[in-house]
Design a protein around this ligand. Structure first.
Ligand SMILES: NC(=O)c1ccc[n+]([C@@H]2O[C@H](COP(=O)([O-])OP(=O)(O)OC[C@H]3O[C@@H](n4cnc5c(N)ncnc54)[C@H](OP(=O)(O)O)[C@@H]3O)[C@@H](O)[C@H]2O)c1
Length: 258
């Protein structure tokens, strides 16, 4: 299987590092005509562009847009900038995410919960709305949301985050239903991937964290980027409303009785 996105133009939110940056690279490596990466800080985006071009990505197919994930005006501006710069906006990867509210739900700080839910849950809805009205309703397209295995089943520590990802899972089904047949909407649900966001889960004892995954290793950003690129490609043209675990077997291959 050769997942290609030749000539397509993508926005990847949260593209300054981790899964988003790897996805930007994978999309360009698979033929994308342009990729717009977003984050809160231009210096982070510039650093990402340096890393991507050093790895062989074409600089003229990359564009940076400073945009908070939960800011509707920034999302609308970014979609317009994308169409102006590259001529279309065929793919949206709702990847930006945050986890500032760890701990048991009954004690969790409510201001931190508001932030988590705003970025992780309201954010993907905002970007989906803007990309629909700004391009996809007339031209079609593909949306991929980055959910989490935490949105599929309960787990310790990350309850508020997991609820936001469960909302992303349901939003994927709802938008797939509402936007078919023009736009396909799918999600990936990663387990622990070695990025800054998840350091709390693996940094102190990587092998212990890996051993909770049947395939006995943690994910790399590229594992998720390849799955996202597949869902964006025509190889997945009959898939919509799908939530694909990318998780070393956590959902599909774990025994429930230990
Ligand atoms: N790593 C895992 O184990 C794991 C597992 C399941 C799901 N996920 C999901 O994967 C996605 C990517 O996370 P990651 O693991 O790659 O984390 P990461 O390396 O920390 O990257 C997070 C990205 O999101 C951006 N971002 C954070 N808050 C933002 C905001 N308010 N507005 C705009 N951009 C923002 C960051 O950019 P700036 O800091 O430059 O703004 C950065 O580019 C997230 O949705 C996360 O929930 C991760």
């Amino acid at each position: 299987m050769d997942a290609r996105v030749d000539g397509k133009v993508a926005i990847v939110t949260g593209g300054s590092r981790g899964i988003g940056r790897a996805t930007a690279f994978e999309l360009l490596d698979s033929g994308a005509a342009g990729v717009v990466i977003t984050s809160r800080r231009m210096e982070n985006l510039e650093e990402a562009i340096d890393v991507l071009t050093e790895a062989g990505a074409p600089r003229d197919r990359l564009h940076a847009s400073v945009a908070r994930a939960d800011d509707p005006e920034a999302a609308e501006r970014t979609v317009a900038e994308t169409v102006e710069r590259f001529g279309s906006c065929d793919i949206l990867v709702n990847n930006a995410g945050t986890n500032p509210a760890p701990g048991p739900l009954v004690d969790v700080d409510l201001a931190a919960v508001d932030k988590t839910w705003s970025v992780n849950q309201r954010g993907p809805l905002i970007w989906s709305q803007k990309v629909w009205h700004g391009w996809m309703k007339d031209h079609g397209g593909v949306i991929v949301n980055v959910a989490s295995v935490g949105g599929l089943r309960p787990a310790p520590i990350l309850g508020a985050y997991n609820i936001s990802k469960a909302a992303v899972v349901f939003m994927t089904h709802q938008l797939a239903f509402e936007l078919a047949p023009t736009v396909r909407v799918n999600a990936v649900a990663p387990a622990v991937v070695k990025t800054r966001l998840s350091e709390l889960l693996w940094k102190t004892d990587e092998q212990a964290a890996a051993s909770t995954h049947p395939l006995d290793r943690l994910g790399e950003p590229e594992d998720v980027a390849r799955a996202i690129t597949y869902l964006c490609s025509d190889e997945a043209s009959w898939l919509t409303g799908v939530v694909l675990p990318v998780d070393g077997g956590v959902i599909g291959a774990s025994g429930s009785l230990g």
